[in-house]
Every structure is written in structure tokens, then in C-alpha cells.
Design a binder for this molecule. Sequence first.
Ligand code: A2R
Length: 315
Amino acid sequence: MTEKDHVLLVSQNIEDHLDEFGGRCEFHRYYNAQDKEALLDEVGSKIRIVGTNGHDGCSREMMDKLPNLEMIGCYGVGYDAIDIDAAREKGVRVTNTPDVLSDAVAELAVGLMIALARQIPQSDRFVRDGKWTPANGYPLTTELTGRTVGILGLGRIGQEIANRLQAMKMRVIYHGRNQQLDKPYVYYDDLEAMARDSDWLVVIMPGGPGTSGIVSESVMRALGSNGNLVNVGRGPLVDEAALVKLLESGDLGGAALDVFAKEPSIPDALINMHNVVLSPHAASATVKTRLAMGSLVIANILAHLNGRPLITQVA
Ligand code: A2R
């Protein structure tokens, strides 16, 4: 009997896809192990593959305990919780799941914006609570049409968001490290300047140590009391304490948030705010997209095991 390839499941995301390996792998479940250290001590030297996600990642310390690790398959486009420097040093290959989730993420971003502008969650509660009477209609709201949206990160997902917001008759501008001359939108090389000119700021760029807090208090102040912040990128990109403070004082108009600094814990203050729409890191969470993400993780792992080129390699 040939020896199976040993896979460490750091997260449970690809559980529903394990049949796609055709029985050639043996799986070790780190994510629900009672004694995680004991599991690593026991099977660490056998592990060739890690399956994880952008949240649970794979640290240098974990890689140190997996001396025969060859590849990390990340379920998600963001891989900031994987120590890429350590992976490169150790010759460990890393893959992610770009593109297949861009439509779903863009769709939720636009949905959150409409929900915040038109106060859809609040209106729903108003109706359910029996507050809608002939004498009591819901207060008037705002709309996206004609407003300017600044996109922080006009990448694969950012462009899908831009396409959809143009259809909403919004004016699109963007900031990134580089101007994209093939794009029809006005480029700002300064984020704060873009925020000042924006009614909405949509954050959709990678997290990690280099970008933490890029949406600073001064950026949010520039967005202003009539401005709205939308974060579908990563929680730590936004200075969350400053966000709460500015929403409370009215120096920032509103926020629609799918990601948070310390998920799944959310500052109490946000829970009680009327000018905030909250979502449980669900931008890619549709049946169709999650299936596509899982299949892409498996396809990358099988490509590696079969000596074929990786499909979506980041390191
Ligand atoms: O900076 P550029 O011109 O390379 O544009 C990229 C932008 N970006 C940044 N913008 C400002 N400051 C930075 N330090 C910075 N680093 C990157 O973010 C690019 O336009 C965008 C990322 O686009 P993609 O690599 O195509 O990523 P995708 O698939 O759109 O996903 C974005 C993020 C993920 O990393 C997850 O954190 C989240 O969405 O789900």
C-alpha cells in the first residue's frame, strides 16, 4: 500500500471537499483537536500540506513544527495571517483563492451601501415592531445616486465594486500605490485627499502589518460628518477605536462593516449605533462562491502533489 499524503487542517473550510482528493490523503484536524500541541508533536513531521484560511493562517511557529511542509493552501484571497516571509525562507509554497469570490464580495459591498443609505435593517425593524401606522411613516433617508465613492484598493474586487457603483450612477475615484492608466476613474495618490472628496469610502485592500491602520482618524475626519465608511477588506485596516469615537461624535456620518479588528468580537458601542450596518465577515459567504473557493484550494493542492504548476500561487 502506498503511503498517504498527510494534510493538516488548520481550519475546517475544506471539510466538504475532501472526497475530491480521491482517497490519497490522510487528514489531521488541528482546528478541533483537544490538545493542539500534542497533535503537532505526534504528526508534525509527516505533514506535507496545510489547509487553512485567511483568519487562522499559519505562523512561523507552526511551520517550525512541520519540518516536511511543502505547501499551504489558503481558503480566501487574503492571506495576511500566513507568515509569507517564513514560508519563502522555508521554501513552502502558498496558494490563495482570488477571482472566484470577487463577484460575491462586490455584491455584498454594494448591498451594505444601499442598506446603510436607505436604512434597510432599521426599516425592517420598524415594520416588524408594528411602528408603521397611517400617522407614522419611516423618516426620509439618503441615496447613492450622484454621490462620489472613493475606492481604497482598485484590484480584482475593487474593480467589480466600481463597475456596480457606476451602474448605481455614482462617480468613482480611487487610491492605491499605483495609478492604473487603463482605468477610467480619477486617481488620488493621497488617501486623505481622496477621502475629503468622497461621500463614501470603500476599503477593499489586503491586511497585514504594512497596512494596519491605513484608514486613520485623519482619513475618517476627512471623509466627514456626511461621509460613510464601508469596510469589506480587513478589520485592522481601519483604526477601530477612532471609528467608534468619530461615529459617536458625529464627525463621521456612518459605517457599513463586514470585517472587524478582533473578529468575532465587536465593540459594544457599534452594536447600539443607528448609523451603522454590521455583517459577520460574510462577503464571500454564498453557497456558490464558497464551493468554488473550496474546489480551488483542492485543485491547487492536487496540482502540487501531482507535480503540475500551481493555479493561484502567492509564494
Ligand atoms: O497599491 P496597488 O496599486 O498595487 O493597488 C492594490 C491595493 N493596495 C494598496 N493600496 C494602498 N496602499 C497599500 N499599501 C496597498 N496595498 C495594496 O489593493 C490593489 O488595487 C488592491 C488589491 O487588489 P488585489 O491584489 O487584486 O486583491 P483582491 O482580490 O481585490 O482582494 C483584496 C482584499 C484581500 O487582500 C482581502 O484582504 C480582502 O480583499 O478580501
